[in-house]
Design a binder for this molecule. Structure first.
Ligand SMILES: [Zn+2]
Length: 343
């Protein structure tokens, strides 16, 4: 399997995030991608390709122009106030406060961000655009006949919606890639999100549509980020009704119960009959992940890859979360190698 990768991911290198009442070093760090690409090389998974530049058009197919312009300019506006530390929001437009777009950078940050865990710095836009280009380059390979490719995206994407960012995500790489498949002639695309957290941005983006099926297995939002979306009764709206499947699972979930939910999701994807399958590949379901509470083990990721391969669909793997950094390379490549073994 070929991997697409861009060194520009390093330009996103936040100093701290707000979690559990404290500013701590960012869990979403450059070393995550480095350890995965090292493992890809060490295991000889396949050729590593650079990203091509697709410009803004495929991004703007699923993202609001206002969000994209904000992300392009946010650091400059922040730095113009004389600040040198990373840009984070500190006030949010809950319904009682209204939702007007202020001229102030602080107002804009609160308007577009969902949390204070997703810092913006001078290199953010460069890394974010490179991450989208990694996804689109890998998507093109699958669309033109490769069985599967791995988009080693960083920063991740599945928490970013059409007009908001957060959860370490700025642009929704999986959503951008799914739309690209459709724009190139696919009739239906399925997105299977196996990150520990609900793919709220992906769901929001396609909630009223039937040409993208989203299936997300994740920690129950009653207990876990993003708290406000990811419940089982969210099934889509209008034309999208019945095309969104949420499979929330409790803290402590191990492979035995995880795999049961996975089969439910895979069965729905098979019924749907998509032309392509996009995997939002988060590895924060790992038993030693520092911010998560599932119990999957190294070998379970090989099983996960094998089960995905059973679908016999053109498959695009897109890197999402995973914060047990030392284990991230092994776990990621276990999924990809598990997929490859079923030839
Ligand atoms: Zn996650």
């Amino acid at each position: 399997m070929r991997t697409v990768f861009s060194e520009d991911h390093r330009c996103q290198d936040g100093r701290s995030e707000l979690i559990e009442g404290q500013f701590v070093p960012c869990n979403e760090m450059p070393r995550r991608a480095e350890i995965v690409i090292d493992r890809v090389r060490a295991t000889k998974l396949g050729e590593i390709l650079p990203a091509q530049d697709f410009g803004l058009d495929p991004i703007l197919r699923v993202h609001d122009k206002g969000l994209v312009t904000f992300l392009q300019n946010a650091w400059e506006e922040w730095a113009a106030t004389g600040r040198t530390f990373d840009a984070l929001p500190h006030v949010w437009p809950v319904p009682g406060l209204g939702r007007r777009l202020s001229d102030s950078i602080d107002g804009k940050l609160g308007y577009y961000a969902i949390d204070a865990g997703t810092p913006i710095m001078s290199g953010t836009w460069r890394a974010v655009q490179a991450s989208a280009n990694v996804a689109l380059t890998a998507q093109k390979l699958v669309a033109t006949g490769e069985r599967a490719t791995f988009a080693l995206c960083r920063p991740p994407g599945h928490h970013a919606g059409s007009d908001f960012y957060g959860g370490y995500c700025f642009l929704n790489n999986a959503g951008i890639a799914a739309q690209a498949f459709l724009d190139q002639g696919a009739k239906r695309v399925a997105i299977l999100d196996v990150d520990y957290h609900h793919g709220n941005g992906t769901q929001q983006m396609f909630y009223g549509r039937a040409d993208v099926l989203t299936v997300s297995l994740h920690a129950d939002p009653k207990q876990e980020f993003p708290y406000f979306l990811g419940y089982a009764d969210e099934i889509g709206a209008g034309a999208g009704e019945g095309y969104h499947v949420n499979l929330p699972l409790p803290w402590g979930t191990d492979w035995a119960s995880y795999s049961e939910a996975l089969e439910v999701g895979l069965k729905r994807i098979r019924q749907y009959g998509p032309d392509a399958l996009v995997i939002s590949l988060g590895l924060d379901t790992f038993e030693h992940d520092p911010i998560s509470r599932f119990k999957l083990k190294h070998e379970d990721y090989s099983r996960l890859g094998d089960r995905i391969a059973w679908m016999e669909l053109p498959t695009l793997f897109i890197m999402e979360g995973g914060y047990a950094v030392d284990a991230l390379g092994v776990n990621t490549v276990n999924v990809l190698a598990g997929f490859e073994q079923r030839g």
